[in-house]
Design a protein around this ligand. Structure first.
Ligand SMILES: [Zn+2]
Length: 354
């Protein structure tokens, strides 16, 4: 069914490789990102001063609760910093990073190719469009078919004139409630998935109902749900039954906010509130899904998209899962074989074109 010539292989920014070369994989990260579209200016005048300061020691505490109210915090633009932070993952045994930064938040094919060469890590690039607020008004006139063609082009020919090709679709950005732009992109992405055999990663809006909406649209558009990743599940569906419903549909659930514990800021959700688990709760939730037979539908990552989540600003960084979460998983009865399925075999299956 795929039109690409890469069935059975994985496509990185430096070319096609075998799935067995992927090793420990972070399936949802950002080496570069310009998240200014998600920036919210604080109400109060004194806090507005903090909003435009560079991230530094004196504002780190404030940033814990206001991560998206500081413009500098939401921009990962420094290439050497990306290399240094990615190297920590490599030194901890990591081999592959999937950069799901796409149009709207500053996708940078040449930049991530340079990070790949400098670090020796495999880097896989995404394709598609982020949430409506990140897009220009011209997007309204773009037909769905054109979006499909662009994604297919990214995968088969490369982005613009760079010759650098995407290896998956997404993270497709959705808001809550879903915007017309986002409905159009989802449908286009589902068709592009059928044409290319790529896996499709979706960021649902911040509401429990959002992932269910997304899956309905994708299903109707003919997507292969067994190759659909629902991102940020640890901050969307907080009940076991809801997640099980998603798993029964065949989707892959992505726990991708490891290290981010406690709570979301109150200004950040369209629900009355949204709980955020800590890492041990995440482990217990995953263990229960494994016990119920869904090992092959779980993946993990950090989704590092702000300075404060990197080590040089006091965050956990890209090696948190390998260094600290994996030992906690073993301690809580998840076997090494099961851990390998989650951090290696599942990403490998998803990133291998069919
Ligand atoms: Zn992300």
């Amino acid at each position: 069914m795929a039109i690409s010539k890469i069935a059975g292989k994985v496509q990185t920014v430096l070319g096609v490789i075998e799935g067995e070369d992927l090793g420990a994989t972070l399936i949802h990260e950002h080496l570069f990102i310009d998240g200014k579209c998600l920036f919210t200016e604080p109400e109060g005048a004194s806090e507005r001063a903090l909003a435009y300061e560079p991230v530094d020691w004196h504002n780190l505490s404030w940033l814990r609760y206001h991560p998206y109210q500081n413009l500098d915090n939401m921009r990962l633009l420094d290439e050497q910093e990306a290399i240094d932070e990615a190297m920590i993952f490599k030194k901890s045994g990591g081999r592959t990073i999937v950069d799901v930064t796409i149009t709207g938040i500053g996708r940078d094919p040449k930049g991530i190719a340079r990070v790949s060469r400098a670090t020796g890590l495999n880097v896989v690039m995404g394709s598609g469009y982020y949430t409506a607020p990140s897009l220009s008004p011209e997007f309204a006139a773009k037909p769905e078919e054109e979006i499909t063609d662009e994604i297919v082009q990214d995968i088969t020919v490369g982005v613009g004139g760079t010759g650098i090709r995407a290896g998956l679709i997404g993270e497709i950005g959705c808001s809550w409630p879903l915007h017309d732009y986002e409905r159009k992109t989802l449908k286009a992405a589902a068709v592009a998935q059928q044409k290319t055999g790529a896996c499709l990663s979706v960021h649902p809006g911040r509401n429990r109902k959002a992932p269910f909406d997304v899956v309905d649209i994708l299903e109707q558009a003919g997507a292969d749900l067994s190759r659909v990743i629902i991102c940020h599940i640890d901050a969307r569906i907080r009940d076991h039954e809801g997640r099980t419903q998603m798993l029964q549909k065949g989707c892959v659930l992505e726990y991708d906010l490891w290290g981010w514990e406690g709570h979301f800021p109150t200004y950040w959700t369209s629900d009355d509130y949204m709980d955020l688990p800590n890492d041990t709760q995440r482990i217990y939730e995953i263990r229960r899904h494994i016990e119920e037979g869904y090992l092959n539908q779980i993946v993990m990552s950090h989704d590092i998209c702000a300075k404060t989540r990197r080590t040089r600003y006091g965050g956990w960084g890209y090696a948190h899962i390998l260094n600290y979460v994996v030992p906690m998983m073993r301690q809580r009865g998840i076997t090494q074989e099961q851990i390998d399925a989650i951090i290696m075999a599942n990403p490998r299956r998803l990133l291998t074109f069919i």
